[in-house]
Design a protein around this ligand. Structure first.
Ligand SMILES: [Zn+2]
Ligand SMILES: [Zn+2]
Length: 225
């Protein structure tokens, strides 16, 4: 086995204890693991943004823009530090699909900790068809398969292809909703994405799903930037 971040062989770390209880899901060495930073308090209770206030400024703003916030709660695992930025760039923009192996265990553990009793349908944030072809895979779907091998990838589709990352913060919070439903959605949904930034994308999905009849929408994201 080798570390999927730095490619160092991890063979030498195997001990007698490991032989008795094999570490099946260790895809990252401890040095690399230590460089990912867990998202820790104080954070907004709703979206996990770093915040002294229990509800952050962004969430209050969304409440104003949308009257009722369609997103009930977001849980994020890591911060967007430089080490994570490099890993995500490899994953999303340089096609390193295998790197997601290092996050599968923690995503499943986080799901179990916060959401396992909620009977939620797992739904990755869709990419537009154009972006999907360009990238070769949907990173959100790859992460969602950490929880279930059959996430719901049919109900929600994305139509436009405008790059969120090229828009200003204001443009992103006010841009037209590119998501549509193709069939009646399940009642309770857990959206999965790699990164929660302004929350625009996830709230647009949540709003579309709610308008189509879903009752509650939560999200689990790998990173809170
Ligand atoms: Zn490593
Ligand atoms: Zn918030």
């Amino acid at each position: 086995m080798y570390c999927h971040i730095c490619f160092k062989s991890m063979q030498e770390e195997t001990t007698w204890k490991d032989l008795l209880t094999p570490k099946l899901f260790e895809y990252i060495c401890t040095e690399c693991e230590d460089q990912f930073e867990r998202n820790s308090s104080p954070t907004c209770q709703k979206c996990m943004k770093r915040s002294e206030a229990s509800i952050c400024h962004d969430c209050k703003l969304w409440q104003q823009i949308l009257t009722t916030d369609p997103l009930e709660q977001n849980i994020s695992i890591y911060t967007y530090n430089d080490f994570m930025k490099d890993a995500i760039a490899r994953f999303k923009y340089r096609g390193d699909y295998e790197i997601q192996m290092v996050w599968r265990k923690i995503i499943l553990e986080t799901f179990k900790k916060y959401f396992i009793h909620d009977k939620l349908t797992i739904m990755p944030i869709p990419l537009s068809e154009e972006r999907h072809q360009e990238r070769g895979f949907n990173q959100a779907e790859a992460l969602a398969t950490s929880i279930t091998y059959e996430p719901d990838t049919k109900t929600l589709i994305r139509i436009d292809s405008g790059k969120q990352s090229k828009k200003s913060r204001y443009e992103r919070m006010h841009s037209a909703n590119p998501f549509q439903t193709t069939q009646p959605p399940p009642k309770h949904i857990l959206l999965i994405d790699d990164i929660f930034t302004t929350g625009t994308t996830i709230r647009q999905c949540a709003q579309t799903l709610k308008q189509a009849g879903a009752q509650s929408i939560k999200s689990l994201t790998l990173i809170r930037s």
